[in-house]
Ligand binder design. Structure first.
Ligand code: A2P
Ligand code: MG
Length: 457
């Protein structure tokens, strides 16, 4: 079911003159002060000869009147041009002050504020791209480059914000899905150009940061996500677009960001730009017509919250208290290739669940579960698939802090300390504490039956 792609906080663009990704238009030469400011901060200035693929309406956003407003007040950045070295001398005081005031004993208050800001900015970029994909009809073609642009763009923006907002002394490590290898190859010039433009446009439009990415800065920012994670130290964990299939269809997707501290997930945020702020429990994942754009967040020991992506006050959330499976409903992947629908159907039947599955893409399922839209989440990838930590880190803490339980098919907690992959038994399940024992029993019976059917001797 298609959710509305609208997002009241985003700017309204006129219909594009062509696709954002395959239309070539000559870029206006950036104003002299852009070059001056870029040079002053040590950034490579934007190449004046570049060809970018943006509709004219978007190009307008890069024109001179918009740039000086943000650039001149920050004198010398101490670090070099590449985005892998974000300036430390400039951090928006607003965000720091807000996070300190809202800290209330939350030891990760500053990180939480930064994480929310990061995924909100990334969501804005993703929404612009998704809107363009849907308007241009590109999603029906084999060309997946629009998703690529949004994927990389989202990762760059998250990396930028986290570095800007992190304490100056902290080292930066991020485990993220994308790296720059493909973009460095011959033939990828145009897509790199597009990413560079879109990222810079989003930053200018937001107005919080005076940084301008060169192409090398873009590549280097992407490679900030190459960390291996592990059991010690702090690592950000990012899926820049979780649920790319849903993103392309115009359905649900999420920007999922978590923080690992000594191998444990201590914080998670999930931006779900197409998720209704009202319950989707009875709508099979679609929008109820309510306002869309939800931002879930959780910090260890502090509970879970939801707010609108436009910035409404956060509200505490908790998982469903349904303890009779007859009244329960369950979430699973929209894509049959991502989770075995026959197995989940059999689990639900054994448990006594009456309602049909609610199938939606991405970690949005965790968010919806955490606020009680449904009672159970079942994920059983086909044999041989290895789960990555960025696909569950943020979602799982949102659910556990909302009072739920997330385990593998044997009832073990998920272990995020082993590097980029989760090392787990078969599948991932989540529900409330009351239902977990009977869910585990049903899961194990169904798995046993499935393997007996596969090898009857
Ligand atoms: N063959 C697969 N089996 C299970 N999950 C997959 C498979 N291929 C991709 N995924 C991942 O499943 C997640 C989406 O799950 P769901 O369908 O439940 O929303 C995404 O993170 C997606 O990866 P990616 O993020 O690279 O697209
Ligand atoms: Mg993913």
């Amino acid at each position: 079911m298609r959710a509305s792609a609208g997002w009241a906080g985003s700017r309204v663009l006129p219909p594009p003159a062509g696709s954002l990704y395959n239309t070539s238009a000559s870029a206006p030469t950036p104003a002299a002060h852009t070059h001056m400011a870029a040079a002053r901060v040590g950034l490579a200035s934007h190449a004046s000869t570049c060809t970018i693929a943006l509709p004219r309406s978007r190009l307008l956003l890069l024109r001179p009147p918009y740039l000086p407003r943000h650039l001149p007040t920050f004198p010398n950045y101490p670090r070099p041009a590449s985005s892998s070295a974000a300036p430390t001398s400039y951090r928006p005081r607003r965000l720091r002050a807000m996070s300190q005031a809202a800290g209330n004993g939350n030891p990760y208050a500053a990180e939480l504020a930064a994480a929310k800001k990061a995924v909100t900015l990334a969501a804005r970029l993703c929404q612009a791209v998704q809107k363009d994909i849907l308007q241009s009809g590109v999603q029906s073609k084999a060309d997946k480059s629009p998703v690529t642009v949004a994927d990389y763009g989202s990762q760059i923006l998250v990396s930028l914000v986290l570095k800007m907002e992190a304490p100056a002394s902290a080292s930066f490590s991020m485990v993220a899905e994308e790296d720059s290898e493909e973009l460095r190859k011959e033939g990828a010039e145009e897509i790199l150009e597009n990413i560079t433009e879109l990222v810079n446009e989003t930053i200018v439009d937001d107005g919080s940061y005076s940084i301008y990415f060169s192409k090398e800065g873009i590549l280097s920012a992407i490679d900030d996500g190459k960390s291996e994670g592990g059991p010690s130290g702090r690592h950000w964990v990012l899926d820049p677009i979780d649920g790319t299939k849903g993103f392309l269809r115009g359905d649900q997707y999420a920007i999922a960001l978590a923080l690992l501290d000594e191998g444990k997930v201590v914080l998670g945020v999930l931006a779900c730009p197409n998720l209704s702020l009202g319950s989707i429990g009875n709508l099979n994942g679609g929008s109820s017509g309510d306002q869309v754009g939800a931002l879930f967040s959780a910090t260890i020991g502090c509970g879970a919250e939801v707010e609108s992506l436009q910035g409404s006050p956060p509200e505490k959330i908790s998982v469903s208290s349904i303890d009779n499976p007859v009244n329960a409903s369950f979430f699973e992947s929209y894509e049959g290739a991502h989770s075995m629908h026959d197995l989940t159907g059999s689990i639900a039947e054994k448990l006594g669940v009456q309602a049909p599955p609610v199938r939606i893409d991405s970690q949005t399922k965790y968010g919806a579960l955490a606020r009680g839209d449904g009672t159970i989440y079942l994920r059983f990838p086909h044999k041989g698939y290895r789960e990555k930590i960025w696909d569950h880190a943020a979602g799982s803490i949102v659910v556990t802090e909302a009072g739920g339980v997330v385990t593998d098919a044997s009832g073990n907690d998920l272990d995020f300390s082993k590097g980029r992959f989760l090392d787990l038994d078969t599948g991932i399940i989540a529900t409330n504490k009351q239902l977990m024992p009977s869910l585990l029993k049903a899961v194990q019976e169904a798995i046993k039956e499935q393997s007996q059917a596969a090898s009857p001797l």
